[in-house]
Design a protein. Structure first.
Length: 342
């Protein structure tokens, strides 16, 4: 294994000069710096980043924890995090909590032991109390779900308004029997989207039976189960709003298995847009979140916290993006509306 002395010998400079190049001190001429880097490459020399991080008090590594790495929404957030991190010379450690709060705590401890500078966290828990110690260890920026009590350092969308727009769209098509498949109600995104749904239906004077509010868990299987439950009702809904992309997929599969045609019999609105949404027949009407921008903005906020550790939390107020309703062919006028127009 090559050492820093080997690099110095091959490049014909002192160990101190090699160290200055490694630590990017800017005191070495470009020509000499290029010679040192060429020697490092020829010898396949890699500096001890752990030792370096101990010396400078920074690792230039951030962590990101998401609840479901297979979800395209979180994949887009990760892309934003990685691209912004790379732009600022940072590496990223990616972790998947699998919607497990105990695993999330363990991952946070692991990242702390790896001396990451901070974490972008899509939390799978509703309360932030257990993270008070972690919040004192390193900076954290929350994305997507924001635990209660967190008023600073979060990047998300206006979920209430997004769900309101989706439900209003169905109401505008004449639907009165509108169901919703929520996520885990302890999570802020699920509770807020249910709030937006209720706001729209109440404004329209629509009474919603409790059976029309189906609670899923953000996974495909729960969307499938909830879809079957809704279609088995004595009076099934004519429209369903599914509160994330995975549950939308499960719902569509349930409708296909039951032979229920979308949108002729049931209109469907999903949450989170992706390439797959326009690959279905019919193409899916969706609420689209700016996932990539959420990742970029969260990383900017995190780096600001890392670079200015003495700042008050109020310097980094929550950032709330607007979502966009993308209307496609999975929503159509309600059957009752079609008959009333004849």
């Amino acid at each position: 294994m090559s050492s820093i002395r080997d690099v110095a010998r091959l490049s014909g400079v002192s160990v101190a000069t090699v160290s200055a190049v490694i630590n990017e001190k800017g005191t070495v001429s470009p020509a000499l710096s290029s010679r040192v880097k060429s020697a490092m490459e020829a010898l396949d020399y890699h500096p001890d980043q752990i030792a370096r991080s101990l010396r400078i008090g920074r690792s230039n590594v951030i962590g990101i924890i998401v609840p479901d790495i297979s979800n395209p929404f979180f994949a887009e957030i990760m892309r934003g995090v990685e691209e912004m991190s790379e732009k600022h010379g940072c590496s990223v450690i990616l972790c998947d909590s699998n919607e497990d709060s105990a695993r999330e705590r363990k991952l946070l401890s692991t990242l702390y032991s790896r001396r990451v500078d901070g974490v972008v966290l899509a939390s799978s828990v509703s309360e932030a109390g257990h993270d008070r110690l972690t919040l004192r260890r390193f900076p954290i920026v929350f994305v997507d779900a924001v635990p209660s009590g967190i008023h600073y350092g979060a990047v998300t969308v206006d979920n209430v308004e997004a769900a309101y727009l989706a439900t209003r769209h169905l109401i505008s098509l004449g639907h009165r029997r509108i169901a919703i498949i929520t996520g885990i109600l302890g999570r802020s995104v699920a509770s807020e989207r249910l709030e937006g749904y209720r706001k729209a239906t109440q404004e329209a004077g629509i009474l919603i039976p409790e059976t029309y509010i189906q609670v899923g868990d953000f996974h495909i299987e729960s969307g499938y189960r909830c879809g079957k439950n809704l279609m088995s009702l004595a009076t099934p809904p004519t429209a369903v709003f599914a509160c994330n992309n995975a549950m939308s997929l499960g719902l569509l599969r349930a409708l296909a298995d039951l032979g229920v045609h979308c949108p002729a019999q049931v209109s469907v609105v999903g949450f989170d847009d992706a390439d797959w949404a326009i690959s279905f027949n019919p193409r899916l009407t969706c609420v689209a979140q700016p996932a990539y921008e959420i990742g970029r903005r969260a990383t900017e906020m995190l780096l600001g916290k890392i670079n200015n550790p003495g700042e008050e939390n109020g310097t980094h107020p929550n950032v709330i993006f607007s979502a966009e309703l993308r209307v496609r062919e999975s929503t159509a006028p309600a059957v009752e509306q079609l008959f009333s127009q004849r």
